[in-house]
Design a protein around this ligand. Sequence first.
Ligand code: NGQ
Ligand code: ZN
Length: 468
Amino acid sequence: MNAGTLFATEALLPAGWARNVLFQWDGTGTLVTVRPDAGAADAAGVPHAAGPVLPGMPNLHSHAFQRGFAGLTEYRSEPAGDGGQSDSFWSWRKLMYRFALRLSPDTLEAIATQLYVEMLRAGYTSVCEFHYVHHGEDGKPYAEPAEMSLRLLRAARNAGIGITLLPVLYQTAGFGGKPALADQRRFLHQTGAMLDLLARLAPHCHGQARLGLAPHSLRAVPPESLAEAVAGLRAMDAQAPVHIHIAEQQREVDECITLTGTRPVAWLLDHAEVDARWCLVHATHMDWDERRRLAHSGAVAGICPTTEANLGDGVFDAAPYLAQGGAWGIGSDSHASVSVAEELRLFEYGQRLGLQRRNVLASDTHHQVADRLYLDAAAGGARASGRAIGALAVGQQADFAVLDGAHPALAGLPGSQALAVHVFANHGHETLAEVRTAGRIRVQHGAHPLQPQAGERFSAARASLLTD
Ligand code: NGQ
Ligand code: ZN
């Protein structure tokens, strides 16, 4: 049994900071009591949190294998063109494909385990895994067609992080049914085969694991397949999350306009029933009308600030989107960085740099930018995960990130300012004292029990993948 209790002098509840909060959860790790202003009698005998308590943060976008070469593509790989430089998202993708082609089930599991331990240490308590390296190196399915997916589920279980597994449907190399490239052979499924894969995985997804579907992008999935796959998913699970990459690069927008006469986000909103069960990953390049329509759809914009910066995608124009009530959350995507604080900080900083203003994403309700960012990202991330997480409220899972109230950077500060320091005055993860999922302690004083073993396996796996 896993039932337990925690008392927090300050906690970030959905409506804002509350004092003297008593938390109780049941044997499944679900919160059954969240009582602010609890008295001394309530607090007696209950373990006290080490500092202000936050909801654990869902990570809404991850390609786990990309952790294996994070930081290793920061050199010029394409000859510079006329007076310009030609390295881009697309040249990075060539290097990424080279790495993807070498993965094995064992190396994938080693990389994912290390990554998920890192995520927990960074305050992420659940991850949406947008998984597309399905088949063997020759492009043929493994004897167990779900092999790679099952390894990811196992890595998440061993690390203790929640997971929304999103098997990726990938069929074409570009708009208009352009045939897939040889380098994409490990990603491909006919629509029926993808629905078979989902049926195979469904029995493995319960408790801390949820199953959804990710049509990779409008480039990789033709319209008929998109409709058929989403309908097939809905027949299995009407509420299951659907994630798609969209409008990350200007080139995608241009190609979509050339072929359909419409911009990608507008095309998707016109042709699919986009609602709160959807997550549009990146959605960087939208015009005013697309932004308004997306904000009103209830779908989540999946913002991945450090990856979008790393790949030169562009800046998501957040102020008008948030002003219209648009939902959003954060993902670590290519894992150029694995840090809740850094994603939130860079999201706000992108706006400041563009607008030449400060505290752009503060709101009337939340004058502290960090409060607003944290609550929005937790709620949007939870919606995208399709799991009962992301809020300190009855019925939600007891996922906590506890700040270290004794750390010199935070000592003596009220919760709201402590969170602002955690997000904006960079101390790495030092200011996090404890991370729990479903009530269980996964990280304490920055350390996860699997760290030494996972680290060793990771470096061995990476070394084997980088040798020629
Ligand atoms: C991916 N990553 O699927 O890993 C993509 C690159 C593509 C990002 N978009 C490949 N960040 O979009 O074609
Ligand atoms: Zn992605």
